[in-house]
Write a protein that binds this ligand. Structure first.
Ligand code: FAD
Ligand code: MLT
Ligand code: ZN
Length: 501
């Protein structure tokens, strides 16, 4: 489960779903002509996975047909929960022959509506495929089915004295299949890389039901194209991930954690530079603003700030300290002397360690409790961050409505900035999104000038598909579409996500 608040799904009138389900064909995609009735299809699915693993109840369709975004209305045909690769293969072969659109789904924590079924799709949810198959403590690999949560993978590695480095606040709910499909980043990317770097082998079921085994999990393998990389970050549009072999590593030793306060954004890249030059082994370098901090203090039960007075910006620095020397203390002294930080606090025990991380990791859920949120997840070269943030602030002086707060945080050590537009819950939702969208477009135009990306880690899904051109050239998009046509020429897998066909 996610943190303190759990997943919040908003409710839609049930009658709407009943109506839409009866008229399933009306919602179908133009490029598909389903040639079975909904009743026949559901009968087949029940035959494959068992009656109780096909959900058609309106409230199930709402909660299992959507993700964390809550922007698009979910309208799936049904939710199907297979228990094996063979079942996934049979389901896809049937959908392929009968031109039924399919949306793969994992823990439904996605932040770009990649797992939202808006057009009568068959949602294939991997939750029941949650077996850890093997932990190889000599080869340092872990083999798991796609529905295992990220946290369960971490625990399995830990139980053998090892470490699985992918780490994100949604780890209790998100699944490795979803992580792979989104190429999730998280808080440890600065040290260990993102999901792509952890995947050694993959098993994927293709749109027509064929099982593609890319499971030869060697650390070195230069024999031709490495096809697994096409599926990593493909957001369920090229195949359904059913199994993965992941890299493990030795547990980091003696982690030290500090929160530092600083008054100017420009100092943050400098803090990073000085920390790297000091030779400390950085395992996380995160940042959040005073506004983000206040919102967490307000909404997270038991949250406390370690500071007497609040500052404009905070950096959370985690380092591994292999020797006895308390490197983080001398680093903080250097940063104070250089005038880069005004206050700092080092976690002195495991409770404080958790508390400090909680102040960063609970931002998303606190924002959801605080107001209506629209999210951007951008990345830039680190040396361009300050110029961009200054231009962003200037832009917002004229553009931002009075009751909208701009909340910045993110994996700043990777050049990844999360921009959140937050308005009171009482605001009309459509108006809020219209206003925030107008600002967002200007922000993306600005970002393009700084040669940044509109998605650092969350993906494109539905929320950003009209903005893909800000980051990718027409040639790149054209080759993406050609790749899609090779693996899924009928376009049954997650249609409408990333780009329209
Ligand atoms: P879902 O939301 O279910 O699906 C995401 C996409 O993957 C969809 O396109 C879906 O069709 C596809 N998919 C799912 N399973 C499969 C499969 N087996 N095969 C093929 N396609 C599949 N993201 C980060 O990158 N970094 C963070 O730090 C981070 N922190 C978060 C914190 C919170 C509190 C929340 C709510 C979200 C956060 N996220 C973060 C976003 C989200 O958790 C990630 O994108 C995660 O990887 C999604 O996994 P999921 O299993 O929930 O996927
Ligand atoms: C995070 O870094 O906490 C996540 O990416 C979630 C978010 O952007 O809200
Ligand atoms: Zn993030």
């Amino acid at each position: 489960m996610l943190g303190f608040f759990g997943i919040h799904f908003f409710g839609y009138p049930q009658s709407l779903f009943v109506h839409l389900n009866r008229n399933f064909k009306l919602m179908a995609f133009d490029h598909l002509s389903p040639n079975v009735s909904q009743e026949e299809a559901i009968k087949f699915f029940k035959n494959v996975v068992g009656d109780r693993n096909v959900l058609t109840d309106p409230s199930d369709l709402q909660s299992w047909g959507t993700d964390w975004t809550r922007v698009f209305e979910p309208r799936p045909m049904c939710i199907v929960k297979p228990a094996s690769t063979e079942e996934v293969s049979r389901l896809l072969a049937y959908c392929w022959s009968n031109e039924l659109a399919v949306t793969p789904s994992g823990g439904r924590t996605g932040l770009c509506a990649g797992a939202v079924a808006t057009h009568g799709e068959v949602v294939i949810n991997l939750s029941r495929m949650n077996r850890i198959i093997d932990v190889d403590a000599i080869g340092l690999t872990l083999t798991a089915e796609a529905g295992v949560t990220t946290e369960a993978l971490q625990e399995a590695a830990k139980s053998k004295g090892l470490f699985f480095p992918l780490d994100l606040a949604s780890k209790g709910s998100c699944q490795i299949g979803g992580n792979i499909a989104t190429n999730a980043g998280g808080v440890k990317l600065i040290r260990y890389g993102g999901t792509r770097e952890q995947v050694l082998g993959l098993e994927v079921v293709l749109a027509n039901g064929d099982v593609l085994d890319m499971n030869v999990a060697l650390r070195k393998n230069n024999s031709g194209y490495d096809l697994k990389h096409l599926f990593i970050g493909s957001e369920g549009t090229l195949g359904i991930v059913t199994k993965a072999v992941l890299r493990l590593m030795p547990k980091p030793r003696n982690l030290q954690l500090a929160i530092m306060a600083t008054d100017e954004f420009v100092k943050i890249p400098e803090i990073l530079r000085k920390s790297s030059l000091a030779g400390v082994s950085i395992t996380a370098f995160e940042f959040f603003t005073e506004v983000a901090h206040r919102i967490v203090l307000k909404h997270l039960p038991g949250a406390r700030t370690p500071f007497q007075e609040l500052s404009k910006f905070y950096v959370l620095l985690e380092v591994e300290q292999p020797g006895a020397e308390p490197e983080i203390e001398s680093l903080l002294e250097t940063l104070f002397e250089a005038g880069l930080i005004s206050d700092a606090s080092i976690a002195t025990n495991s409770t404080q360690f958790k508390e400090f991380w909680g102040l960063r990791e609970n931002i998303t859920e606190s924002l959801a409790a605080h107001g209506q949120v629209r999210k951007n997840d951008i990345s830039l070269a680190i040396d361009k961050l300050d110029g961009f943030v200054k231009s962003l602030e200037a832009l917002l002086v004229t553009k931002k409505p009075k009751d909208m707060e701009l909340v910045l945080f993110g994996h700043i050590g990777d050049g990844n900035l999360h921009i959140n537009y937050v308005s009171p819950k009482s605001r009309d939702s459509q108006e809020f999104h219209k206003e925030a969208r107008a600002i967002e477009e200007d922000v993306f135009k600005l970002l393009a000038k700084f040669k940044g990306s509109i998605s650092a880690e969350h993906g494109i899904g539905l929320t950003k598909k009209k903005d893909l051109h800000f980051t990718r050239t027409p040639d790149e998009v054209s080759w993406m579409k050609k790749t899609k046509a090779v693996f899924d020429p009928k376009g049954i897998l997650n249609p409408g996500k990333i780009f329209d066909l």
